[in-house]
Design a protein around this ligand. Structure first.
Ligand SMILES: [Zn+2]
Length: 351
């Protein structure tokens, strides 16, 4: 009985091997939208901020209210992902939870956590320090099948340091390394790379206008940036589906490095923990020893063959789980990258 079952099993081995082999190498598109609050993604425009001329110029009030009255109106593509077999997570009004685990709640510590799979409490500034930690992009860039096929485009001139382009060999901003391009330029370059670099397997695009406009206190332009970013992401996804090299084997992940203050009034313009505020109060426009509660809250959207709808459970998901999620979507062993990294998010487990 046992012997015949084994013989039967052996007969099926070649079929099983074929079925489990990833179709010609999985690919990944990761997009981050700096400092984009879950409140605005899910609820849409905050009525109090729209009513305040200091934050929403009266010329924009009607557009904001009529065209972008809800979260799905501000970011229609991202909101369409669950209906396409993807996920959109982080809506605390619906009992969902996702947060950063680094103690700072600002950019460098956030991107480090997102890309390395764990927080580094020693990173306490956004200064241009070469990252001592290895990102999953750097690890992949040394893997067979990925070497030379990992690219990054970003608007912030600290990214070469976070990615440690000198050590990692991951090119930042392609033809114009070291530049501090506008968001439009970054979008155009990333789309050109997707069109022309047929063998690229990992594309990371970091957009920063959302955070810039929020710090300026311009709520209408912050929302306009979210809307433009959503359009850009939709177009990247459309391009990937139109290209036989990318179609059917590409996973898209969209997320953010940190949230923003949740208190009423001007707190939305800032972000950072009480610890961050105490370290460098002069960096903030608002004096508040509590820092900016709520700016540890983040969200994530994803779609593609690496993603499946799953109950997230009751635990709050974390930014430190994104690196392992990305690697799982690529069919890579995230524990070989860093067994101490956050485990893949439930939407990615099982690969
Ligand atoms: Zn910021």
């Amino acid at each position: 009985m046992i012997r015949s079952l084994m013989a039967l099993a052996l007969l099926f081995v070649p079929t099983l091997v074929r079925a489990e082999a990833p179709a010609d190498g999985q690919r990944l598109i990761l997009v981050t939208m700096d400092g984009t609050r879950w409140q605005d993604v899910f609820r849409g425009p905050d009525k109090a901020l729209v009513a305040e001329p200091k934050f929403t110029h009266p010329d924009w009030k009607e557009t904001v209210e009529k065209a972008w009255g809800t979260g799905p109106a501000v970011m229609p593509f991202v909101h369409s992902l669950p209906a396409q077999g993807g996920v959109l997570h982080g809506n605390r009004d619906a009992g969902q939870c996702m947060r950063v685990t680094n103690p700072m709640w600002f950019s460098y510590p956030g991107y480090n956590e997102l890309l390395t799979g764990r927080p580094d409490p020693a990173i306490t500034t956004n200064d241009k320090n070469w990252n001592r930690n290895v990102t999953f992009l750097e690890w992949l860039n040394r893997r067979p099948g990925f070497a030379g096929k990992v690219r990054m485009y970003g608007t912030w001139d600290v990214f070469p340091y976070i990615i440690n382009d000198k050590r990692s060999g991951v090119p930042v901003n392609g033809e114009s390394p070291g530049a501090h391009p506008t968001e439009t330029r970054t979008m155009r370059d990333a789309q050109a790379a997707l069109r022309s670099a047929a063998d690229m397997r990992v594309l990371y695009v970091a957009l920063g206008d959302t955070d810039e406009f929020a710090h300026e206190g311009d709520y209408a332009q912050y929302l306009a940036s979210m809307n433009r970013d959503d359009d850009f992401i939709a177009e990247l996804w459309r391009m990937a589906q139109a290209d036989p090299a990318w179609r059917g084997r590409t996973t898209l992940i969209v997320t953010t490095d940190h949230g923003r203050g949740a208190k009423p009034g001007a707190a939305w313009t800032e972000h950072g923990s009480a610890a961050a505020w105490k370290l460098a109060p002069a960096d903030y426009t608002i004096a508040d020893p509590e820092g900016f509660p709520g700016s540890d809250a983040i969200w994530l959207a994803a779609v593609g063959p690496g993603v499946h709808a799953a109950a997230p459970g009751s635990a709050c998901l974390t930014q430190s789980q994104i690196a392992a999620s990305a690697l799982s979507a690529l069919g890579e062993d995230w524990k070989a990258f860093d067994a101490g990294a956050g485990a893949p998010l439930p939407f990615f487990a099982g690969r």
